[in-house]
Design a protein around this ligand. Sequence first.
Ligand SMILES: [Zn+2]
Length: 486
Amino acid sequence: MKRNIVFSFLFLGLITIYGQDKQAIKFAKTIKEKDLESYLSVLSADSLEGRETGEPGQKKAAQFIAAKFESFGLQPVVETPSGFSFFQTYPLNKRNYVTAYMKKGSEQKQNFEDFLMYSNSETIGEEYADILFLGVKTIDQLKNMDLSGKFVAFNSPELHDWKRVTQGVKELDAEGVMVIINNQQYFRYLIGFYKKRLSKSKLALESANEPKIIFGDPALAEWIFDLGYDSLRASGVGNKARVIINSDQLVEEIIAENVLGYIEGTEKPEEVLVITSHYDHLGIDEKGEIYNGADDDGSGTSTVLEIAQAFAIAAEKGYRPERSILFMTVSGEEKGLLGSEYYANHPVFPIENTVTNLNADMVGRIDPIHEIEPDYIYLIGSDKLSSELHEISEKVNKTYTKLALDYTYNAEDDPNRYYYRSDHYNFAEKGVPVIFYFNGSHDDYHRPTDTIDKIEFGLMKKRAQLIFYTAWELANRENRVKVDEK
Ligand SMILES: [Zn+2]
């Protein structure tokens, strides 16, 4: 008898866990291959010229997405002087590096040859800099020092974590920062990489007071401090030397758009689930080749549109979600996650009430590893902030979509560091639990050959349905997902 009771409890438990929601199934069926294909055929068309942020193709894409949101019946929620808009506009600085040099006496050192001028800050003509040598310092050590008004040079023991160093120095309250890189091969690689990348122009969010950031090598340090590098390192901490710096840039202000469509929840409207993709891509190169970005991230953007439509149809039929859902396609991703960074710092709904971010970036292809069994998707980040979110995501997939969820890139030591490389990261940084949906890389990644003919719409539909079901559960369950205590 006792055993039977236990058994039936278990059995009931299974029903609740694996029980399917008929309404969810009904509206998931509105997610269709032909819809996904029709959106993507517009987004990845040559006429959109690769959707580069700030260029006409990006604006056309934004108009298309907003028109779709409107036709689905989504609400515009960005307040403007002329009423509510689907567009969240944000200013960017477009910089062209004209010249940059350093001077001491009659000798000059040139940008992209002897050093790398990394930051956005320009000088007004020639400016003096009194550079102070600090020796080996970690970012945390620098953050604990009073650097205001100072121009400091140091060796970093953290160069293997490039983002940590570049992000860290940007946040220092210093006049200028010079990172001395001992590894000559790496230093040359950086110069080559940024020379190519900065030779066109660089887009960046307008930032108030970022220090001037320079990367140099031991030869530059010897020249500045007039001391052999070994002696400098051994006994030079506290040495100061004056140089002249000139960094001449052409700065143009441009405006870019995130596109936001909203469905208000019935029971807990103040709690918001955010579903994102980036609709910008790389534009056209010097040879005139168009980067259509069908997979990156036309696929995610078409997916967000189709999920938005499914929720809009459900709302119309009386099955409005209990929490609110914000569908947001951002720009500036390829320039450094700029659109999502702007939203995270200027959210339309408070970040504390943002319950989860589901982000689709490249969901239309099969990577070489999964060619034999293609019903898969990589999930990244699902367990990083909330183990509950991870469990829900797993459960939803077992109940409905049954894709193989691949966590290879979720590993803490994954050298690709994908967790840090798409828009969800700007939410995660603010403490919002995230899931990043990703099909993995392929030969056409960031090439003009990332075209619509290579998209697997049948598979993309299943992935869109997985995101839809996950969103449905997150929006309608009793409690918002809990963030794990550290
Ligand atoms: Zn992307």
